[in-house]
Design a protein around this ligand. Structure first.
Ligand code: HEM
Length: 188
């Protein structure tokens, strides 16, 4: 079964249909997605502002991390659960949505940025913890994170707009490829 076939099977599930057609369910899940976003991305920006040396210069970086990390993790978990439910409610539209696809790629890149930071410069935190201006690698990680979350939020917001939906043919070949549209081949 192709991935599109699996996504279409998901869309036929009674729970998916119920959540999509629910009067209050979907809006509540989407509101939780946005609330969790405020918590998770809001606190991530606080840490990035310290890592870039733009503010909180007198507060040791490890102190900022120690105070906000539990809330960040809680926000991220709610973000992912509510996001998966939003996908589950309208799987085909989301799967064939260019903004959703770009957002998922950016989420992976944001995860890689955190991994490189934690496995690299953050391991030597004792040597720069109280520095008002952190080392270049920490500042690069902070600026990259700020840019990535701004782009992820933009893509998340754009998902709702059906500019490139597969049922809006004719569209250019590149758009159909990026969206994963399955076009009927005209009968000879
Ligand atoms: C963890 C980081 C995430 C962030 C910062 C994020 C951000 C956003 C934002 C800002 C929106 C627009 C909300 C609105 O306009 O009301 C959105 C919508 C959406 N998100 Fe996420 N999201 C994240 C994770 C996920 C995940 C992991 C998934 C699914 C696997 C997901 C699926 C969706 C879907 C399907 C929508 C469209 C809802 C709609 O407009 O109908 N999100 N997201």
């Amino acid at each position: 079964m192709s991935l599109l076939g699996a996504v279409k099977a998901l869309a036929d599930q009674p729970w998916s249909v119920q959540l999509h057609e629910s009067l209050y369910g979907y809006p509540i899940v989407e509101s939780i997605h946005v609330w969790a976003l405020c918590l998770f991305v809001g606190l991530t920006i606080v840490l990035d502002l310290r890592l870039t040396g733009l503010t909180f210069r007198t507060v040791p970086v490890s102190e900022v991390v120690r105070r906000i990390l539990p809330w960040q993790i809680a926000g991220f978990i709610v973000m992912v659960i509510s996001g998966v439910l939003l996908f589950y409610a309208i799987p085909v539209r989301s799967y064939q949505n260019i903004f959703f696809r770009v957002k998922m790629i950016l989420l992976i890149v944001a995860g890689l940025n955190v991994w490189v930071f934690n496995s690299g410069v953050y391991r030597r935190i004792q040597t720069w913890d109280a520095d008002p201006i952190p080392p270049a690698r920490a500042r690069v990680a902070g600026f990259a994170s700020l840019a990535l979350w701004v782009l992820i939020i933009f893509c998340g917001r754009m998902i709702a707009y059906n500019w490139f939906d597969c049922d809006k043919q004719p569209q250019s070949k590149i758009i159909n490829t990026l969206a994963g549209c399955e076009l009927e081949t005209p009968a000879n």
